[in-house]
Design a protein around this ligand. Sequence first.
Ligand code: PLP
Length: 359
Amino acid sequence: MTLKFRPEIKDLVPYKPGKPIEDVKKEYGLTEVIKLASNENPLGSSPKAKEAVVKSVEELHLYPDGNSTDLKEAIANFFGVKATQVLPSSGSDEMVDQISKTFINHGDEIIIADVTFPRYLSTAIMMGGTPVVVPLKDFTYDLEGMKKAITEKTKLIWLCNPNNPTGTMFTEKELLDFLNAVPKNIIVLYDEAYNEYVTRDDYPKNSIPLLDKYPNVIIMRTFSKIYGLAALRVGYTIASEEIIENINKIRGPFNVNTSAQMAAIAALEDQDFLKESYRVNKEGKEYLYKAFDDMGIWYAPSETNHIFLDAKKDCQEVFTELQKRGMIIRPMYKTYIRVSIGTMDQNKKFIELLKEVLA
Ligand SMILES: *Cc1c(COP(=O)(O)O)cnc(C)c1O
């Protein structure tokens, strides 16, 4: 008797996260390891968020508020939308999954960039959708190419701005031109995991008002990146009430835990922590740019907390050699690697070790 798994998942492979620090310590007998592999906030998280987590232990025996009512309201107030337009999730990861479950049927075409967040593709395949993959152009989303890929069968288009892993962005004007060209029955997923890090002023920093004119847009953000709450798993989606109502039908009853809800509210209130994180990231980025320039290393211009660069050596080899020396980064493909921007000490250590490995 053979087990009958869904044929849709036959060729999927498990997601490969950044290697944990403890694994590397054990593997190489190291006492000190720096991880610049998962775009985490090197400053940690807001002290106010930590206090909220401590407080939340008094409620460990209780189920969370399944509706995340207070968190929804905090997010709604922060952005000036209705609470019924907000849906928190267990990280944006879970939301990618839920959106695919809500919209994708067999035969639907899903337009996705070739080098971007991998869960867009795997959840489309999982639901039996047909991915239509549009290559990046100059390491940036090719919105013209994506427009041309639209057919009668297109159901969903995934946009990541700025993009992970390349760190590149497209402008407000490019986004509006694109949205104006997309038929309103096609869902446009707009993932802004790195919105708060963007420094350029032609970026649509405040995307929320787009929802009034484009009811087919779904905005996704997370507390994992600049807010530094990756361990708690909490993100949120803002969209029309109709879209939120429908995603809500397939949502698990207690998907966002109590600690995450309480910490996210506190984190949102601590915008000073955000400002400091932005500053440290910008400073680190400028330091790394200069070091790469001095070394003759090409990198994509980043509007995020990570940099995509050409190590001019097989990325797996660079990854392994750095790891042996206590530095975890992310190998991408060919000779490209991605490094998260750390504290100044971490950035300096990275450059020192990179020089050693590339010598
Ligand atoms: C990190 C990241 C996410 C996922 O974040 P969660 O931790 O699941 O909230 C979503 N989209 C992109 C592009 C990311 O880089």
